[in-house]
Design a protein around this ligand. Structure first.
Ligand SMILES: [Fe+2]
Ligand SMILES: [Fe+2]
Length: 278
């Protein structure tokens, strides 16, 4: 079973970290810190962004639901999925912005290698990958969703908290992200059964994100002992409640709040094979 809350033996962590580092080089190519770009991911982004508009939607309804989701308004399932995709990474995008300079400072001073910086850049691709789905409907959302002030305050607090607390919080949110994307991915077949082409385009984006997130979970576990992992486990439901408040679309899609990690075992082997899982 893929259990993100099992502590890794201290003796194997260093070697695993080196393996993960090599895996990232292979998957992402080289890092351009100034531009916050990864060479191989840029090529992939170009492909995702080059899709032509093949669907349309009620833009006024989309904008209204984006600003403040109202369950009483009849909203097509495609739009609910699109809304969930453009909103779900808002908190993460904000987190990347608040922590980038701190992590960069550690790399610049030689305190750390750039592995974690690469993860942050991967996170910024997640936002872009998820937002790219709107291209299929002929429009762009070029800015990540702004989480409400209460959540922004919490994220900023995580960014500035001491390492001992920040790491378990990061692990909890990585595990949560993995659960959320896995649940959406596993449901997409049924939700979009009437439109296989759109289903595949959405699934493709979710796979890109899921593969990274599984690696992020492994990496953050690698950095924690049993005490830290136990804290992360306790923080998971708190992080989940925060996300679900911000993205009510999940419940509208029949995906109620879940912190059940067993969903990860239902992911297809092809995803696990691409991911760094240990
Ligand atoms: Fe992410
Ligand atoms: Fe992540």
């Amino acid at each position: 079973m893929l259990d993100p809350f099992v502590t890794m033996p201290a003796s194997s962590r260093q070697a695993l970290r080196a393996d993960y580092r090599a895996y990232l080089d292979e998957r992402d190519g080289s890092l351009d810190v100034e531009r916050r770009q990864l060479s191989r991911r840029e090529a992939r982004m170009d492909a995702l962004l080059s899709v032509g508009a093949s669907r349309s939607l009620d833009r006024a309804l989309f904008d209204a639901q984006y600003a403040d989701y109202d369950r009483r308004r009849t909203t097509p399932v495609e739009m609910q999925i699109l809304l969930a995709m453009v909103k779900v990474n808002g908190a993460e995008a904000y987190g990347v912005d608040t922590t980038f300079e701190t992590i960069f400072g550690r790399v610049a001073s030689g305190e750390d290698d750039d592995t974690e910086l690469r993860l942050l850049v991967e996170e910024s691709y997640h936002t872009r990958i998820l937002l790219s789905a709107t291209r299929i409907f002929g429009f762009d959302v070029d800015r990540p969703y702004a989480p409400p002030l209460s959540l922004r305050t919490m994220i900023a607090a995580i960014g500035h908290s001491p390492k001992a607390l920040a790491r378990p919080l990061v692990l909890a949110s990585e595990v949560l992200g993995t659960i959320v994307f896995a649940n959406l991915f596993l449901r997409i077949d049924r939700l979009l059964a009437h439109d296989p082409e759109l289903r595949d385009a959405i699934a493709e984006r979710l796979v890109d994100v899921l593969v990274d997130e599984l690696g992020h979970v492994t990496f953050n576990r690698m950095m924690l002992g049993s005490g830290g992992v136990a804290i992360a486990r306790r923080l998971l439901p708190i992080a989940a409640r925060g996300t679900y408040r911000v993205v009510p679309e999940f419940e509208a899609l029949g995906l109620p709040l879940s912190t059940d990690v067993s969903v990860l075992d239902r992911l297809p082997e092809s995803i696990r094979r691409q991911a760094f899982v240990a």
